[in-house]
Design a protein around this ligand. Structure first.
Ligand code: FNR
Length: 340
């Protein structure tokens, strides 16, 4: 049998890896040699819109929709439960259209009955489908992903993108859980952030370049690759600053190429309230298994606590008060675009 598209995405994501050019090397934290802090007073809890999470780090949307992906989702959900991380599932449209694959998503709720689980659909979804996706996994929130460039490069992808904003607006009005609009790795810019804010979207996940690259993944699936599109989009650092020029603190998630505690802290210090990680978690769970991923998450949390202690902050929102120095391409971008 032909390998499913969902598994092709997993294989290509692992094979291509993450470039690490998410722009966070342009962000320098300002050292504090008199921090008045100790490791046992640091709280990692965070609030993003109406969601309260025990860690700013969460497992971002990846998979579901094919038999093999049920195993991956079961493993990720086990880690999410043990480490008390929120977790998003991959796009549920396949399960809306085909009941046979529903279990590959529902496994996440079965394994983790009390955790924060986030449903996921694309912007082609109708309000009724959004409600069904939320109900399917008793989700605490719903992600709507934006992935126009991925669809256009995907041989079998969508070619028409009209009415996206209107459909998202209706979904926001009709579903009973917070809606997070996210990019899959090309970034959300200020103009679009303003449009999304105006239709009542309270949480954005800026999903910039520098991590899993869906232009490269779809090109790897094409007979005639459009490799000249592999650098499309804006870095996570730029997307974060663009979105924060429209949205208040407490409403922005950083994702795209975040792989360690220092990168996560830089994103949080810039003003994010949460940090989504996908490719880095997929790599560990697929190559080394559940225990290794749990160890990696412990390392991430220990790293966050270490850096927060060094900076003299006790909570994520106190990180927002810390100064940062922005240089390189991120600074040049902000100057050109008039972003403070
Ligand atoms: C994804 N991502 C994703 N996002 C989404 O909203 N719906 C989806 O179905 C998927 N599917 C998916 C499959 C695989 C294998 C990967 C690795 C990723 C995108 C993901 O949530 C995230 O936005 C990007 O991967 C960028 O973050 P990282 O991977 O650089 O941390």
């Amino acid at each position: 049998m032909r390998i499913s598209r969902k598994m092709e995405h997993v294989h290509h994501a692992l094979k291509l890896g993450q470039s690490g050019r998410q722009g966070l090397s342009d962000i320098k934290l300002v050292h504090n040699c008199l921090p008045e802090a100790s490791t046992d007073t640091i709280a990692l809890t965070t609030r993003i819109g109406d969601l309260t999470m025990s860690s700013p780090i969460f497992i971002n949307a990846m998979t579901g929709g094919a038999e093999e992906t049920e195993t991956i989702n079961r493993s990720l959900a086990t880690v999410a439960r043990e480490k008390k991380l929120a977790m998003a599932v991959g796009s549920q449209m396949s399960a809306i259209k085909n009941k046979e694959v529903v279990s590959s998503y529902q496994v996440v709720r079965q394994v983790n009955p009390n955790g924060i689980i986030i449903a996921n659909l694309g912007s082609e979804a109708l309000p009724d489908q959004a409600k069904r996706a939320v109900d399917m996994i008793e989700a605490n929130a719903l992600q709507i992903h934006l992935n126009v460039m991925q669809e256009l490069i995907m041989p079998e992808g969508d070619r028409s993108f009209t009415g996206m904003l209107k459909r998202i607006e209706t979904i926001v009005q009709q579903v009973s859980v917070p809606v997070i609009v996210k990019e899959v790795g090309f970034g959300i810019m200020r103009e679009n952030a303003r449009q999304l804010s105006e239709i009542g979207v309270h949480i954005l996940d800026v999903g910039g370049t520098g991590g899993t690259n869906f232009a490269a993944i779809e090109n790897a699936r094409r007979q005639a690759p459009l490799d000249w599109l592999n650098d499309w989009g804006c870095t996570t650092s730029v997307a974060l600053l663009e979105a924060l020029s429209i949205y208040p603190r407490g409403s922005i998630i950083a994702s795209g190429g975040i792989t360690n505690a220092l990168e996560a802290i830089k994103a949080l210090t810039l003003g994010a309230s949460g940090v989504g990680m996908a490719g880095a978690f997929l790599k560990v769970i697929q190559s080394e298994g559940i225990d290794a991923l749990m160890g990696f998450i412990d390392e991430l949390h220990e790293g966050l606590i270490l850096i927060m202690t060094a900076l003299g902050v006790r909570s994520v929102d106190q990180l927002w008060q810390r100064p940062v120095v922005i240089s390189g391409e991120t600074a040049a971008w902000c100057t050109t675009r008039g972003i403070d």
